[in-house]
Design a protein around this ligand. Structure first.
Ligand code: ATP
Ligand code: MG
Length: 334
C-alpha cells in the first residue's frame, strides 16, 4: 500500500459531512458541517504528529499536555477504526520492505503509568505485521544477573537487528523513573558510592541521550511514546478492572501503590522527556484518555517514520546475482 492509499483512509475519516450508514455523525459544529469535505493530506497528517512530537526538551512541562486531547476536529472518532485499519495495513507493507532492505532497524519505546494502554496499543498497532519481523521486550524489575551489569546492558541486548522492529514495553527509562521515585531500589544495584551521588539522575539521562545518539548514528530509527493518561481516567480503568470479572487479572495491588506516587511520577517523566527529546529520538506525548486516539497517533507516527526512509529491497552483490543466475540455470536444466 502506498502512502497515498493510506492517505485515502484518512480522507475517509475526515469528511465533515455525515456519511450514509454512519451510526454516529462526525462531531462538528453547524458551521463546520457546511464545509463540504476536508481531506487530510500527508502534510496535515504531519501536522497531527507535530502536535504530539517533542524533539527539544527546553521548557517542556507535562502539565501543558492534555491527556484527553483528540486533535479537535482533525480526526473523527466515528471513522477511527477505518483510519486505524488503514494505518495497520500500511505498516505491514512498510515492515516487509524494511525487512527486505535489511539496513535500518526501528526501536519503539513505550512508557506510561499503569492502565494507560501500552499493551493494547502494541497489540493493535502491530496486529498486521509479520511477527518474524518484530520483537517485543517487556522490561520488569531487573533480575539478579541484570543487576550485576550497567543499567543499559539489558536494553542493549534486546535491541532490534537491522530490518527488524523492536518494541520496548517499558525500557531503560525505568532506571530514571521507578528507580528515581523509589531510590531505595538503587541499593540493589551495588554501585560504588563514588558514582551514586546526587547527580546520578542527570548522569543517567545523559547516558540515555548518548546511547540513543549512538544508536541513531548506527541506523536505528528511534521513536518514544509516552502514553499520557489522567489520574481520573486511571481510576476509572482500575475500577473497571475490579468490577469486571474478565478484567480482574489485569489488576494488581502494586498498581494502586504506585498511584499514590502520581505526582512524583509526573515529575520524573517530565525530567526524562525534557532531557532526552531530540530530532533523532523524538518523544511523542500521546493523549491516552481515549484508547482509539492513542492507537491512531502511535500507528501514524510509526508509519510516518518508516515512510520517510527510502525502503527498497537492497541491491544484491555481484556474487549474489551470480548465484541467482546459477540457480535459475539449474532449475531450467531439470
Ligand atoms: P501490565 O501491568 O499491563 O502487565 P506493566 O509494564 O505494568 O504492564 P508489570 O509486570 O505490572 O508490567 O510491571 C513491571 C514492573 O517492573 C513495573 O512496576 C516497573 O516499574 C518495574 N520495572 C521495570 N524496569 C525496572 C527497573 N529497571 N527497576 C525497577 N523496576 C522496574
Ligand atoms: Mg503493571
Amino acid at each position: 500500500m502506498r502512502w497515498d492509499d493510506f492517505r485515502c483512509h484518512f480522507n475517509l475519516g475526515l469528511r465533515h459531512t455525515a456519511m450514509p450508514n454512519q451510526p454516529e455523525g462526525p462531531r462538528v459544529s453547524t458551521s463546520d458541517a457546511k464545509n463540504p469535505i476536508k481531506h487530510l493530506s500527508g502534510k496535515e497528517l504531519r501536522k497531527l504528529l507535530d502536535r504530539y512530537r517533542v524533539t527539544d526538551g527546553k521548557g517542556f512541562r507535562l502539565k501543558n499536555w492534555d491527556p484527553d486531547d483528540t486533535a479537535g476536529h482533525l480526526i473523527d472518532k466515528a471513522h477511527a477504526t477505518a483510519l486505524l485499519n488503514g494505518g495497520v495495513e500500511h505498516l505491514s507493507a512498510l515492515q516487509e520492505k524494511l525487512y527486505a532492505q535489511d539496513r535500518w532497524s526501528v526501536l519503539c519505546v513505550f512508557q506510561a503509568m499503569d492502565a494507560a494502554g501500552k499493551d493494547g496499543t502494541i497489540k493493535h498497532v502491530l496486529s498486521g505485521v509479520n511477527p518474524q519481523g518484530v520483537t517485543v521486550t517487556s522490561f520488569k524489575a531487573p533480575s539478579p544477573e541484570e543487576l550485576k551489569h550497567d543499567f543499559l546492558w539489558r536494553a542493549a541486548r534486546a535491541l532490534p537487528e537491522r530490518g527488524r522492529i523492536g518494541i520496548f514495553n517499558r525500557s531503560h527509562y525505568e532506571e530514571t523513573l521507578v528507580v528515581r521515585v523509589h531510590p531505595e531500589l538503587l541499593e540493589k544495584q551495588h554501585l560504588p558510592p563514588e558514582v551514586n551521588g546526587k547527580k546520578i539522575w542527570d548522569r543517567r539521562l545523559g547516558a540515555i541521550a548518548g546511547f540513543e545518539r549512538f544508536l541513531a548514528d548506527q541506523g536505528t530509527v528511534i521513536l518514544k511514546f509516552f502514553l499520557h493518561i489522567s489520574k481520573d481516567e486511571q481510576k476509572r480503568r482500575f475500577l473497571e478492572r475490579l468490577d469486571d470479572k474478565a478484567k480482574n487479572w489485569k489488576f494488581s495491588t502494586a498498581d494502586l501503590r504506585e498511584r499514590a506516587y502520581w505526582d512524583d511520577y509526573q515529575h520524573v517523566y517530565e525530567k526524562a522527556i525534557a532531557a532526552t527529546a531530540a530530532p533523532h529520538a523524538p518523544w511523542y506525548v500521546v493523549p491516552s484518555d481515549n484508547k482509539w486516539f492513542t492507537r491512531l497517533v502511535v500507528v501514524c507516527a510509526i508509519v510516518d517514520a518508516l515512510d520517510r526512509l527510502d525502503l527498497r529491497p537492497r541491491d544484491l552483490t555481484a556474487d549474489e546475482t551470480a548465484a541467482l543466475a546459477a540457480a535459475r540455470a539449474k532449475l531450467m536444466d531439470e
